[in-house]
Structure formats: structure tokens, C-alpha cells
Design a protein around this ligand. Structure first.
Ligand code: GRF
Length: 227
């Protein structure tokens, strides 16, 4: 790769083509509402979980993460919860006989904490009606593509293989079909010459961290439901 292309990639590493802002009226409505109680589900690194914690610490998001539920003992998200002093609970999917049984345990944990919204932040399990019906229209997910393109576990690889020039990330309400459900916010991200799944995912993640707190405020403010 030429140095010129490297420089373009460096400069545009964190560039989003379109990273929508939430209007000030939505923020003011959000901040006048009671503090949201969020329960976060994460399976891996937890950078989105931390971005939400940071937005709360910065006073951007009027919320509290009441607990992190994670399903892999090695998930870095668990370490992040410790650093932030956020209670965490391991529900290891391997110890449950079915997806429904895992979801019942999640619902019980979240209801016990009186959680308002479930925030899936890199939750690598397919959720069932048990979870969705217990929190109707109150489960959000983030996915590293512009849905409905590139559903599933390898969205960045799929985007590169398809040769598209723009991809991005989507926050959406969770429905039964994987990576479907009404879209709350999307950000578009360029694919640059020489991108690998890792460089592209890093650029997408930068946008994910911007849009997830905004999507929570937007969805919870009720403005979004009003269309
Ligand atoms: C994100 O890219 C998200 O879109 C996908 O899983 C990844 C989780 O990243 N669902 P992190 O664990 O929040 O760093």
C-alpha cells in the first residue's frame, strides 16, 4: 500500500460520513425524564458498554447502568464493569439447557433490578420471545452494518466481500428475526482502499460509540415512537 493511501486511511480512521445528531429538543426532553435504568448484555470486549457508561459519566445520558450481564467468563466487558464499579452477573449460556432458559434467567435478573431498557452491546446470543415479550419495544441492539444489509456475525467481512464503498452501523429495536426490527439510528462509514475487517471494524466502532448513547436517548424519549 502506498504511503499516500496509508495517510488517507490514518486521516479518515475515525471519519463517519453521516453520524446523525439528536436534536436539542430530544436531549432536553430526555433529561427531564426520570433517570433510565439500563441493563446491558455483552459477550465480548464491551467497548459499546463502556461508551454508554462514559456518556452517563459525562452527563450526556440521563441513565444508570444497573448491571452488566455477560455470558463468557473471559469477556473483557466484565473487567470494564469492575473498573466502572458497575455490578456484573455472569450467565454462562453453556450452563443453560436452552436459549429460552438463558433468556428467562436474564429477564429475572433484569426485572429484579427494575431495569427499564435492555441494551444489547455485542451480545452474541440469539434472543427468544421470552426476552422480547418481557420488555416489549424496550430491547435495543447495535449491529456493524447498515441494516438490512449484511445481517449476521460477519458483517464487516460481508461488506468487504460485496465491494460496497459505504457501510456503517445500526441501532435497532430487537425483533425475533436476527438483526431485524425497527431502526432507531444509523451512521454511515466509508470503506477505504486497503481496508481489512479489523481496520474497517475499528472505524465502524468509533461511530457505534457515538450513536448508541444518542439512540438510547432518542428511543427512550418517546419522540421516536411518535414518528
Ligand atoms: C460491535 O461491533 C457491535 O456492532 C456488534 O458486536 C460488536 C461489539 O463490540 N454487535 P464491543 O464488545 O462493544 O466492543
Amino acid at each position: 500500500m502506498s504511503r499516500a493511501i496509508e495517510l488517507i486511511i490514518e486521516k479518515q480512521q475515525h471519519l463517519g460520513f453521516l453520524s446523525p445528531e439528536v436534536p436539542p429538543e430530544v436531549w432536553s426532553r430526555h433529561r427531564q425524564q426520570p433517570k433510565l435504568r439500563l441493563g446491558v448484555l455483552a459477550s465480548g470486549s464491551g467497548s459499546n458498554f463502556e461508551a454508554i457508561a462514559q456518556a452517563i459519566a459525562d452527563g450526556v445520558l440521563n441513565a444508570e447502568i444497573t448491571q452488566l450481564v455477560y455470558n463468557n467468563p473471559e469477556a473483557k466487558a466484565g473487567d470494564r464493569a469492575d473498573r466502572w464499579g458497575i455490578p456484573k452477573q455472569l450467565l454462562n449460556h453453556r450452563e443453560f439447557p436452552s436459549r429460552e432458559a438463558l433468556d428467562d434467567a436474564i429477564v429475572a435478573a433484569m426485572q429484579q433490578q427494575q431495569v427499564d431498557w435492555i441494551i444489547m452491546a455485542g451480545w452474541m446470543r440469539i434472543v427468544t420471545a421470552r426476552l422480547i415479550n418481557a420488555f416489549p419495544n424496550r430491547v435495543l441492539n447495535i449491529h456493524p452494518s447498515l441494516l438490512p444489509s449484511f445481517r449476521g456475525a460477519h458483517a464487516t467481512e460481508q461488506a468487504l466481500a460485496a465491494g460496497v464503498k459505504v457501510t456503517g452501523c445500526t441501532v435497532h429495536q430487537v425483533a425475533l428475526a436476527v438483526d431485524s426490527g425497527p431502526i432507531v439510528i444509523q451512521a454511515a462509514v466509508p470503506i477505504l482502499p486497503g481496508d481489512t475487517p479489523a481496520t474497517l471494524h475499528a472505524r465502524i466502532q468509533h461511530q457505534e460509540h457515538q450513536i448508541y448513547p444518542r439512540a438510547i436517548a432518542l428511543a427512550a424519549s418517546g419522540v421516536w415512537d411518535e414518528g
